[in-house]
Design a protein around this ligand. Structure first.
Ligand SMILES: Nc1ncnc2c1ncn2[C@@H]1O[C@H](COP(=O)(O)OS(=O)(=O)O)[C@@H](OP(=O)(O)O)[C@H]1O
Length: 374
């Protein structure tokens, strides 16, 4: 009896240890599963620490009103997490970052998440210009394994500066050594306070400005506003004071943003010219690989993004990204990028062109580049 009792107790003890081993395994698997999905990210978080910037829809990402909706979106599963789940070697680091970029098109989200690395302030920012081609540039750069970028526009240096630098850093994706953190907010270029603020964050920041013929840019800007507000007055009545007879209305933001020389002057009070790269919005469309070569050189990156990444999509009328490795679909920008412009009377366009000419010439002198808009 004592013996059997002891045996029963022994059997019971064995069963108990098997059950506890089983539960321990379950716990370990659950923990790893959650880690892989980024939920157990243990890095310190700020007030806004739950925000996870996801690359979802290019149009929405550029829609300022929806940025914070995007910021609060819950993290989703992503392929790269498992690729980098084991301690990442240097090779894994680049390929895992690359894997995060794979698989998106304009409607299908590419959740960008990473439980490894450190959140850093951006070393390079695309500061402008609105409707210049900034989204195309950022998305082309994101193919590069050594670039990690915020998908949405943070608008920190113009709208949310009072939230503080830690808030801003927390918006950034994690990067590993050798990777560059980037963001794009085109309104920085025309924000008076932005240069001083960026300089306070880091005076070594590299600044990229995508510029486009200011006349076409103004029409593009107007097209965007019109798409949100169909009752908008005509382009000419907004561009010209006192209707068609009057002078150009420089108070209208669609006109004012195109005074590139004026805005650049403000930035040059804080940063030397060597910190700027001016990307031609026109060449970004006609020769994306060529322009991307210049951008990668400026950022000190290996030239990874090249001809082989692009194809010209006849339907869209713009270059798109070829099917990235492991993805089922090629990637074009969304509907709000490359949409048809309304017809503007030729004399109004001529008047605008004449108006911009001296500012363009001044901008060519300041930047040391002739963009050939005249
Ligand atoms: N590859 C590719 N695909 C689609 N569109 C392209 C591309 N490259 C440059 N562009 C031009 O980008 C213009 C929009 O500029 P932004 O992205 O800077 O706009 S925004 O300020 O972020 O709203 C957009 O302006 P619109 O043509 O007026 O829509 C495009 O001309």
């Amino acid at each position: 009896m004592g013996c059997s009792g002891c045996r029963v107790r022994l059997n019971f003890g064995k069963a108990l240890s098997r059950v506890s081993v089983f539960f321990t395994m379950v716990l370990i698997f659950t923990y790893f599963f959650y880690c892989l999905t980024g939920v157990c990210d243990s890095a310190p978080r700020t007030l806004h620490g739950q925000q996870q910037l996801l690359h979802t829809d290019y149009d929405a990402l550029d829609d300022l009103g929806r940025v914070f909706h995007k910021l609060r979106a819950p993290p989703r599963l992503f392929r790269a997490a498992s690729a980098s789940a084991s301690a990442p070697s240097n090779a894994n680091r680049t390929s895992s970052a690359h894997a995060e970029q794979v698989g998106a098109d304009e409607s299908d989200a590419i959740p960008v998440s990473n439980t490894f690395g450190t959140k850093r302030f951006p070393q390079a920012i695309i500061i402008g210009v609105k409707k210049g081609g900034t989204r195309a540039l950022l998305e082309f750069l994101r193919i590069h394994p050594d670039v990690r970028a915020v998908g949405a526009e943070p608008h920190f240096f113009d709208r949310f500066y009072d939230k503080g630098l830690e808030w801003y850093r927390d918006l950034m994706p994690r990067t590993l050594d050798g990777q560059i953190t980037m963001e794009k907010t085109p309104s920085y270029f025309v924000t008076k306070e932005a240069p001083g603020r960026v300089c306070t964050m880091n005076r070594q920041t590299k600044l990229i400005v995508v510029v486009r013929d200011p006349v076409t840019r103004a029409v593009s800007d107007y097209t965007q506003t019109l798409s949100k507000n169909p009752g908008l007055p005509s382009f000419q009545s907004l561009a010209l004071k006192n209707s068609s007879a009057g002078p150009i209305d420089t108070a209208w933001s669609a006109v004012r943003i195109g005074l590139y020389a004026k805005h650049l002057e403000n930035w040059l009070q804080f940063f030397p010219l060597s910190h700027f790269l001016f990307v031609s919005g026109e060449r970004l469309v006609s020769d994306p690989a060529g322009e991307m070569g210049r951008v990668q050189d400026f950022l000190g990156l290996k030239r990874v993004v090249s001809d082989k990444h692009f194809y010209f999509n006849q339907t869209k009328g713009f270059p798109c990204l070829k099917k990235p490795e492991g993805s089922s679909r090629p990637r074009c920008l969304g509907k709000s990028k490359g949409r048809p412009h309304p017809l503007i009377p030729t004399e109004v366009l001529h008047r605008l062109r004449d108006f911009y000419r001296p500012f363009n010439q001044r901008f060519y002198q300041m930047s040391g580049q002739d963009f050939g808009w005249d």
